[in-house]
Unconditional design. Structure first.
Length: 249
């Protein structure tokens, strides 16, 4: 372990990644309870993939090292075997087990991530259009609507204000073409399709800050400028925001 840590330290330093960044395996820090499930599934998938890779690489190197032609050997073929039943059963059973395990954890987390409550704390109607967003936030019987224009930077696009530590339901719609509503810190995205009622719900963590959002579906000439931001604030600050901005367009 000390030797492995010594080898890993220069690699982490060269890539300018902290230990926490490495523990997330490339995903940004999550800001919802559902993102924790996605992070766990993501890490497990990487571990399984790397484990499989190590076994395959080991078998390749082993065969190269111990099953190559010797310099002084006779110029003849080695014994030819048509099949090896135990090995073929192993090659069949192990992938089936692996796929079954992946399916179980994926189905379990998918059911959790797509679960929605009857009475969320906040409802956000998201309208994606060429080439920006319109957010209509409903909370406590009051409504705030924010719309934007194409922007070069997500901080210059429309900003969706959400409370920390509350359930938020998103209702997605589009009047023109297919878009994709993506907030990387949610570890989740969902297509916005004309005529299709797509929706999902998250519970935000007790974190505050401003996070990037964008369209993840090529939707036209200004697709790359279809940017927005999500601002997570304390619950009492969100209530004041809703009260002060209610009815404003």
């Amino acid at each position: 372990m000390p030797r492995a840590a010594a080898l890993a330290l220069p690699l982490v330093s060269l890539t300018a990644c902290s230990a926490e960044d490495w523990s997330r395996a490339g995903l940004p820090e999550g800001i919802t309870e559902q993102s924790n499930a996605v992070q766990s599934l993501w890490n497990g998938s990487w571990i399984a993939a790397l484990g499989t890779g190590v076994v395959v690489w080991g078998l390749i190197l082993w065969s190269v090292a111990f099953h190559r032609k010797r310099k002084n050997s006779a110029d003849e073929l080695p014994p030819q075997v048509r099949y090896n039943l135990p090995i073929e059963i192993l090659y069949t059973v192990i992938p089936i087990i692996m796929v079954g395990v992946f399916f179980f954890f994926t189905a379990r987390d998918q059911n959790y991530i797509t679960t929605m409550s009857d009475k969320p704390d906040v409802t956000v109607r998201v309208e994606g259009f060429q080439w920006s967003w319109r957010f209509t936030t409903e909370s406590g019987g009051k409504t705030v609507q924010v719309a934007g224009m194409p922007a070069e930077n997500y901080m210059k696009g429309p900003q969706l204000v959400l409370p920390a530590g509350r359930n938020v339901k998103f209702l997605l719609s589009s009047p023109d073409v297919i878009h994709s509503f993506w907030i990387p810190a949610f570890h989740f995205k969902l297509d916005v399709i004309p005529g299709v009622d797509n929706r999902f719900e998250v519970r935000t963590l007790e974190k505050t800050g401003v996070f990037a959002g964008r369209c993840a579906e090529l939707c036209g000439v200004d697709h790359s400028r279809m940017l927005f931001s999500v601002k997570l604030v304390e619950a009492d600050e969100f209530d004041r925001y809703i009260a002060s901005q209610a009815g404003a367009q």
